[in-house]
Design a protein around this ligand. Structure first.
Ligand SMILES: Nc1ncnc2c1ncn2[C@@H]1O[C@H](COP(=O)(O)OP(=O)(O)OP(=O)(O)O)[C@@H](O)[C@H]1O
Ligand SMILES: [Mg+2]
Length: 353
């Protein structure tokens, strides 16, 4: 007969390759139930967007299934995102992680990445907010097909909801096509109000779309809230890459860890002949990430469906999830979630046994 002690010992031999430790010491095994030859294991992952869910489940089955006397193994995978240590300390804020999406250069696809990242994470089961900090060109409402906010609750602004994501943008508050002329302090106030006056509720991830450049919005954000990490978007060509290098350094100077670099618009697959053309070059983002010592999170091909999705208010991860861009963006969302789990674990104070 197998005992639960034997099952726990077997689980101690299953390592999470991202976090580099075994499931038991990571506190990820919630429950072990043994009933004759039947074993039930409940595991709680640090993100519902874990790229290794299936792999870990397979390892558990193999380890427990190999014990003598085990006839059937049932594995239940749940997820609970732990809060970033410094965010947990902010009183009254229910946001567990803040992800800034930035770049050095304009037009490289920040808003596209931010919107699809948020929608993909929500689709995987996370509770997600999306804040449009691009007060100069707030285009997230359009990209997500929402145009108005719900009625406020008391003195709190309620975010709009699109594809399961809670969205806040200055675009909701301005008449369309009205130019916005900002002075620095106003920008800071806007970002602060988006954080303090919006009823975000409890969020696993708040994705923040920054305006182009290495400037004020990132500084304001970093001053107002502890940012878990930044995703830096680039296109493969040289001019964009040198700007992205500056963006990486800027986040580092602000004390914001860089979760990684995303290369957007890398390669175009001709829908007629199927041949791939590297319009802006290729691999530049990966090489730059290597050189700067930050992770590379993946590449998104140039794909007309990305632009159509943005224009129609249906992000490509929903409109065409199995297409090349949809797949790439979903994989990037998993990578981002995984990097955050690793980062938050490394910031945990060491627990004395
Ligand atoms: N991989 C892609 N394939 C095709 N079109 C894309 C891709 N990525 C972005 N686009 C399109 O390029 C345009 C610019 O993208 P986006 O608005 O996301 O860039 P941005 O970096 O946020 O720009 P800004 O600096 O103005 O805020 C949009 O029309 C978008 O739909
Ligand atoms: Mg933008």
């Amino acid at each position: 007969m197998v005992t639960s002690e034997q099952v726990w010992a077997a689980l101690r031999r299953v390592r999470d390759p991202e976090l580099g430790r075994d499931l038991v010491s990571l506190g990820m095994v919630r429950e072990v139930v043994v009933d004759g030859g039947w074993v039930g294991v409940t595991v709680v992952l640090t993100t519902p967007a874990c790229p290794l869910t299936e792999w870990i489940e397979g390892e558990i089955r193999a380890a427990v299934g190999a014990l003598p006397g085990v006839e059937r193994v049932e594995v239940r995978m749940e997820a609970q995102v732990p809060p970033h240590a410094r965010l947990r300390a902010v009183e009254g804020l229910g946001i567990k992680n803040v992800i800034a999406v930035g770049s050095g250069k304009g037009g490289v696809g920040k808003s596209t990445v931010a919107a699809n990242l948020a929608v993909a994470l929500a689709g995987m089961g996370a509770v997600v907010g999306l804040m449009d900090a691009d007060v100069y060109g707030p285009n997230l409402p359009e990209m997500l097909g929402v145009s108005r906010l719900p009625a406020p609750r008391g003195n709190k602004i309620l975010p709009a909801v699109a594809y399961g994501v809670r969205v806040m943008s200055l675009g909701f508050l301005l008449p369309p096509e009205q130019p916005v002329i900002w002075r620095g302090p106003m920008l800071h106030t806007a970002v602060r109000q988006f954080l303090e006056d919006v009823d975000w509720g409890m969020l696993d991830y708040l994705v923040v779309d920054l305006p182009p450049g290495t400037g004020d919005a990132a500084l304001s954000l970093a001053q107002l809230v502890p940012v878990t990490g930044a995703v830096v978007v680039t296109t493969p060509q040289g001019v964009s890459l040198s700007d992205v290098g500056r963006a990486v350094r800027m986040f580092e100077r602000l004390g914001v860890p860089v979760l990684g670099v995303v290369e957007n618009m890398s390669g175009f697959v001709c829908p007629h002949c199927g041949r791939e053309t590297a319009i802006f070059g290729k691999e530049g983002g990966r090489r730059l990430a290597e050189r700067m010592g930050v992770p590379f999170l993946g590449e998104i091909p140039l794909d007309p469906r990305v632009r159509e999705g943005g224009d129609e208010g249906r992000p490509v991860v929903v409109a065409d999830p199995e297409g090349p861009a949809g797949r790439a963006l979903r994989a990037i969302a998993q990578q981002v979630a995984a990097r955050i789990s690793v980062l938050n674990l490394s910031q945990e104070p060491v627990r004395n046994p």
